[in-house]
Design a protein around this ligand. Structure first.
Ligand code: AHR
Length: 334
């Protein structure tokens, strides 16, 4: 709440000095020319600070805005859609040159994006997609292919199913820690994973619940999973590192060895996750790159200048085994 208030008061100040906040003559998809001195003002509505990934993403956006000379209005929605909608409405009122945001959930954006379009302010989606009737409500979407991330996680399990079956009963019992309900990465990572494991009859998901992308959420849900099945869990598939790290705490508290008694697959590859992978507590991580800031600023400059941009920009990503994590850790930026 504190950060939201700080952002809101920054915006109120901005209301009194509109010229410093950009001109806002831009049309969705074509853009204006920035402020009178050419400075672009971007309103960015962030999801929150729920994970290590999100912190790295926020740092990347703030640093890249500074490097590019973009005046950034930043708000933290604390994982609440209503906070993001109200931040976007404030940016519209302030006539920023461009709005960028990473939507908490996929649906429920049509009205506010129509307001941005009517005000002639182009919108760039970063990290997460929206599900809207009219695709012209945003100019471009920069971010990962979350379905592919889920597929990569599923493929590792299919390739390592025999090893993952710790009790050797011929069934690989998976529990799934889902991201925030209704969020694109939660929906897509589930879909991609399920699609690939469907090819292997020995693998099944016995329990699946949201841990809201947080470490605490992952720990609490894993405690419940373990209580429901004290001996039967072979694999944890966590939609991000933080929930996987929370699950590790619950597994250790239950007297089991993460990475051995229960195999763990996560998504993100932030430093804490990579350390746990190198330490043998996680078995496989699918990378999701949070360093979107430089590409976002480039896109914003082009959009505001009225240049054509691709409607979809997919981030390049890899995967890590335990050995690869140990090698990559010393140079890991986030
Ligand atoms: O949208 C990206 C996801 O959001 C990351 O995987 C997760 O850690 C974050 O909270």
């Amino acid at each position: 709440m504190k950060k939201t208030l700080i952002a809101a008061s920054t915006l109120s100040l901005c209301a009194l000095t509109l010229s410093a906040c950009g001109g806002g003559d831009s049309a969705a998809g074509s853009g204006g020319n920035g402020g009178s001195d050419g400075t672009i003002t971007m309103g960015f509505a962030q999801v929150g600070a729920e994970s290590g990934w999100r912190t790295a993403n926020t740092d990347s956006i703030k640093q890249s805005a500074e490097d590019a000379g973009v005046e950034l209005q930043f708000s933290d929605a604390q994982q609440k859609q209503e906070n993001q909608i109200s931040a976007i409405r404030t940016y519209i009122q302030q006539k920023v040159d461009v709005i960028a945001f990473s939507p908490v959930v996929e649906t429920g954006w049509d009205a506010v994006l129509q307001e941005a379009k009517a005000a002639g302010i182009p919108v760039i989606l970063t990290d997460r997609a929206v599900d809207v009737q009219d695709d012209s409500l945003y100019v471009t979407f920069l971010g990962s292919d979350f379905v592919e991330e889920g597929q990569k996680a599923g493929q590792w399990l299919v390739d390592n199913a025999a090893e993952a079956d710790a009790d050797g009963d011929g069934d690989v019992n998976v529990v799934e820690l889902q991201g925030t309900t209704g969020a694109a990465p939660a929906i897509d990572r589930k879909e991609g994973f399920e699609e690939v494991i469907a090819d292997d009859d020995t693998i099944s998901i016995s329990q699946s619940q949201t841990g809201d992308f947080t470490r605490d959420g992952g720990k609490q849900v894993m405690e419940a999973f373990l209580q429901n099945e004290p001996e039967g869990i072979d694999v944890v598939y966590a939609h991000n590192d933080d929930m996987g790290l929370g699950a590790i705490e619950a597994i250790e508290a239950a007297g089991l060895t993460p990475g051995e008694d229960i195999k763990i697959i996560t998504v993100d590859a932030v430093k804490d996750g990579m350390q746990a992978l190198a330490d043998g507590k996680i078995n496989f991580i699918v990378e999701c790159n949070p360093l979107l800031g430089p590409q976002l600023m480039e896109l914003a400059e082009k959009v505001v200048a009225g240049e054509e941009v691709e409607s979809r920009v997919v981030t390049e990503e890899t995967t890590f085994t335990q050995e690869q994590a140990a090698e990559a850790l010393p140079d890991r930026q986030y």
